[in-house]
Design a protein around this ligand. Structure first.
Ligand code: NAD
Length: 547
């Protein structure tokens, strides 16, 4: 905390400014007289002004830019507005708007946020990390920009994702903004159109791959261990083979996880637990068909195996209930070129296409994670509705335009019987006099709480059991009102409570598995609650020695 900020330096300090909320006494004390309009506004008024300005914008990308500018001007006000209006603003600061923001990142760029590491930094990553002003970094979200949402290789434009995810860590779980670090590993891009654009902000070369690539990531991971030994590294939006390669290399050695694999898995599993309650189906009896066999779908299946094993099945029995169709059709054991993560789910069955697989397997649950818009056609939903009283349909691909089907389609084509979840938000649907609230399987229900729990106990690593507990806690947080509306997840306005409950469960799990570095506090919940950042203009937040 700086003690000597005064005048414009204080006004432009993103962490300390109160803008028009500085009191007359503070204005006198800190040399602010004349630098602000005379009226003193409280935070409530400031929020009203922000919201009015935001709502006046013509489109969501303009609202995104407005919020980012606010974030680089006043962190406290940004987080207060975001927390108090999370249902309205999460789709602005994160998906779906963040998808467009990444596409246009180089065009809308205003001010650097986060840390960029490129091939030119090889051998010096540890040294340049010292350029970052904060020392107590606890959460790092890192991407190489190769598989941004369902949008493919966006190179350094992908920086919008770590920035967005970390703002959700702060808003949803109260991680302090100064403890967060968004990182972009710039290893080039194979998106030729992007790299040949005059405004592109990354190194305009094709992607570096193989040993050179993994050496750069390794240098980064090791530099983090030295510079920020308590930091959790969240790998984000890496291409699936790299995502698995990196996760398998580091998961037992350092504090890290991959949100596309493990976070997605936990949020989907929570949705499946809730759908089982709604459809009155036991989890152990479900047949689940995935369309898409990449990191998201396989991550869900891997965690489902843990969940089924916890209910008494063997891993082999569990895998028998999980089926995959990808771009080449049903994943079967005879197929050549299957990746390691697909092998446990390659069944001894003839190859067939998606529709034949549907007819053969007659799944209770259909999960889309393809990035292929409209893959769930009317025929697909009608078939699912023929097999099931309550077909469970998850269309997880992001952003909204890439969803396998819309909420309205799922409800209409199933005659209102579908239990539906999507990756990006859909508005409530009115169908035959009923209001149905489509669930958003948003990873933001899971990763902030997992990160908070791991941070609170200074965990050594993140276990699958922690994600299993997170999924159970999320499913348990559903109220009867949620279930009555057909919703599989709680309303976003309760997300800080949900994150706290998840953090407590994750911390307990860390103690149970001997993965915590800190001794166990007497009251875990109140200890963790006490760590959560609350964006308020408190006296304690003011520079005090400037009088
Ligand atoms: P990925 O590239 O690893 O995998 C995509 C898979 O889909 C591949 O197996 C591919 O063969 C298959 N596929 C593509 N088109 C297909 C088609 N027409 N028919 C059948 N299979 C097809 O990607 P990923 O990381 O698994 O992500 C997939 C999607 O899931 C993305 O759109 C991403 O935004 C979304 N996702 C959602 C959440 C969430 O909702 N919480 C989280 C993570 C990822």
């Amino acid at each position: 905390m700086p003690h000597t900020l005064r005048g414009f330096e204080l006004l432009s300090s993103v962490a300390h400014t109160k803008g028009t909320a500085f009191t007359l006494e503070e204005r006198q004390a800190y040399g602010l007289r004349g630098l602000l309009p005379p009226a003193v506004c409280d935070m409530e008024l400031q929020q009203q002004r922000v919201l009015a300005n935001l709502r006046r914008k013509d489109c969501d990308i303009e609202r995104y830019v407005f919020m980012q500018v606010l974030l680089t001007r006043s962190q406290t006000l940004f987080y207060r507005v975001l927390i108090n209006n999370i249902e309205e603003l999460m789709p602005i600061v994160y998906t779906p708007t963040v998808g467009q923001a990444c596409r246009e990142f180089a065009q809308i760029f205003r001010q650097p946020q986060g840390f960029y590491i490129s091939l030119a930094d090889r051998g010096e990553i540890r040294q340049i990390l010292d350029n970052w002003p904060e020392r107590d970094i606890r959460i790092i979200v890192v991407t190489d920009g190769e598989r941004i949402l369902g949008l493919g290789d966006l190179g350094t434009n992908g920086m919008g994702i770590p920035i967005g995810k970390l703002s959700l860590y702060c808003a949803c779980a109260g991680i302090h903004p100064q403890q967060c670090l968004p990182v972009m590993l710039d290893v080039g891009t194979d998106n030729r159109q992007l790299r040949e654009g005059p405004l592109y902000l990354g190194t305009p070369i094709p992607r570096v791959r193989g040993d050179e690539y993994f050496a750069l990531v390794d240098e980064f991971v090791m530099a983090v261990q030295d510079a920020y030994p308590k930091a959790l590294i969240q790998f984000e939006d890496f291409l699936t083979p790299n995502a698995y390669g990196l996760l398998n290399t580091y998961r037992d050695r350092v504090l890290c996880f991959n949100d596309d694999i493990q976070g997605t898995a936990a949020v989907a599993l929570a949705g499946i637990y809730a759908a089982c309650r709604m459809a009155n189906l036991p989890l152990v009896e479900l047949r689940i068909l995935f369309l898409g066999a990449g990191s998201a779908a396989t991550g869900i299946a891997d965690l489902l195996v843990h969940a089924l094993v916890a209910q008494g099945l063997s891993p082999e029995q569990a895998a028998q209930q999980l089926w995959f169709v990808d771009i080449q059709g049903l994943v079967v054991s005879g197929r050549e070129g299957l990746m390691a993560h697909n092998l446990p789910y390659a069944h001894a069955a003839p190859s067939m296409d998606f529709l034949d697989a549907l007819d053969t397997i007659k799944p209770h649950v259909l999960i889309g994670a393809t990035g292929a818009a409209n893959a769930f056609t009317q025929t697909v939903i009608e078939k699912m509705s023929a097999f099931n009283m309550r077909p469970i349909i998850f269309a997880l691909s992001n952003p909204t335009v890439l969803a396998e089907c819309t909420a309205t389609q799922a409800y209409q084509w199933s005659l209102g019987r579908a239990i539906f979840a999507s990756g990006s938000p859909f508005a409530p649907v009115h169908f035959q006099g009923r209001r149905l609230r489509p669930a958003q399987g948003n990873n933001a229900y899971i990763f902030p709480g997992v990160g908070l729990g791991a941070m609170a106990v200074e965990a050594r690593s993140i276990s699958e059991e922690m994600f299993l507990r997170a999924a159970q806690v999320l499913a348990e947080s559903l109220t009867q009102d949620d279930l009555d509306e057909g919703a599989l997840y709680p309303r976003l306005h309760s997300i800080r409570d949900v994150s706290l409950a998840i953090a407590v469960a994750v911390a307990e799990q860390a103690y149970a598995q001997n993965l915590a570095r800190l001794p166990q506090p007497d009251n875990l919940a109140s200890y963790i609650r006490g760590l959560m950042y609350e964006p308020n203009y408190e006296v304690g937040e003011m520079p005090t020695a400037a009088l």
